[in-house]
Design a protein around this ligand. Structure first.
Ligand code: CMP
Length: 140
């Protein structure tokens, strides 16, 4: 099905200057960027975005990392966009990520793991609306 998913290029990958290389992977996989913004998240924005992880032991480190520098946030659209983006990203822990995936190629650790992608249809809709107003999305 035609889907949209939320993608975040995290501070480590932005600092490495690989936004374009990651965008190329989306495009080569048939995913279209239909909204994008670069932003240095506030603590409140990062905590709100990851609210589902609030009770996890890694929450504090996750928030600190996500506000350590600017991120690039995009909505991706395409056939099976949610699963396709997760395939492109690879496993959450880069040490377990398959060769050729974004995390295997660009990420250093489970905290600094280069990218975020929505994990399901409901989270995708919720995460896209967290960062983009309807008028900021440009349908194809
Ligand atoms: P992300 O897909 O952005 O969602 C939550 C993030 O928490 C995850 O990527 C990781 O970067 C980070 N994280 C740190 N430790 C863990 C862990 N043990 N399990 C899952 N996510 C973790």
């Amino acid at each position: 099905a035609l889907e949209r998913t939320l993608s975040i290029i995290k501070p480590d990958a932005v600092a490495k200057n690989v936004i374009g290389e990651i965008y190329t992977r989306f495009e080569k996989a048939g995913l279209h960027i239909v909204a994008a913004k670069m932003k240095h998240l506030s603590r409140e924005e990062a905590e709100g975005f990851y609210a589902v992880h609030r009770e996890r032991p890694f929450f504090g480190a996750l928030v600190e990392f996500m506000i350590s520098g600017p991120v690039m946030i995009q909505a991706l659209e395409g056939e099976d966009a949610i699963a396709k983006n997760r395939d492109l990203m690879g496993a959450t822990n880069p040490k377990e990520a398959a060769a050729g995936t974004i995390r295997a190629d660009f990420a250093e650790s489970i905290d600094a793991n280069a990218v975020h992608g929505s994990d399901g249809a409901e989270t995708a809709a919720q995460e896209i609306s967290y960062f983009f107003a309807d008028g900021e999305i440009c349908p194809r």
